[in-house]
Design a binder for this molecule. Sequence first.
Ligand code: PMP
Length: 357
Amino acid sequence: MSRYWSDIVQKLVPYVPGEQPALAHPLKLNTNENPYPPSPRVAQAIAGELGEAGETLRRYPDPLARRLRETVAAHHGLKPEQVFAGNGSDEVLAHVFQALLKHDKPLRFPDITYSFYPTYARLYDVRYEAVPLADDFSIEVDNYLGDAGCVLFPNPNAPTGRALPLADIERIVAANPSSAVVVDEAYVDFGAQSAISLIDRYPNLLVVHTASKARSLAGMRVGFAFGHASLVEALNRVKDSFNSYPLDRLAQVAAQAAYEDDAYFRATCERVIASRERMTQALSSLGFEVVPSAANFIFARHPVHDAATLAARLKDREIFVRHFKQPRIDRHLRITVGTDGECDALVEAMRELTTTP
Ligand code: PMP
């Protein structure tokens, strides 16, 4: 605390990202990164953009990331004016809070969800109501009907991994015609149905995506929002009042190359999904209760062993998973799906920690 800090900074409770350990070879299953590298076309595109001497870096990038947005729009059957691009979906979400979610009626989002949402709400002074998930961690659609203000949720939800079917999402979008409904689809490619197909019918729907997960580009910071052109315009107004060049040149060509390599993307997602099912089986056979996941992570609890202690013992072995000290979920661990080899190492460590007396 310092007297030089503005009022709002004194009161902020910043988001705490998962640890990025400074170890040579940690088994990092704590921030839902992809275990596979991006498409080989990505490195080629970056090298092409850099050229021999990095000549292009002298110039600012395209502030509207037009080629990238055209590629991604075509990939999803949208028009470029329905696509907003930002510096990671965290930045996109920040703009969404400021541009679309601040109204008299409180914003509604689940009590157990991406923990950045309450942080953004405080930063931008957005009133919100945390709506309890059901006991099985599913989102109860009936709690989001009634045109009672903006709605935001991830699908699949994080950190639970549970997905809502498209018909349920449509019910929520259709029932709130006077407010924006935002679906954060950071993990959608690992097993949920995207709401992008609803965009042409619902001008209040915004869908947020990231290149960090299924396209293995967390290090590049590229995210998107898809929706009616007027929602995208609202985001551009905020962007151009904040940072007009959010995506650097390398990020733009890298993400474009990743979206152009659809076969690689699909194959990677299939491998992650297969490993998730395998790890779910293995942990279940050790007695863990695993929430059904449509994401690249699982959410699991052991009926006997304390989650925080398990996480600490794993960390002693340089294995990193995520534990949230939060009501309702402090007995759970969120474990990112790695390669089969990485998942096997995690399961082996769990076997030792839960079966040796
Ligand atoms: N939404 C959800 C639900 C997430 O879990 C994450 C990753 N922490 C993000 C958005 C942000 O991802 P990124 O900024 O890397 O696009």
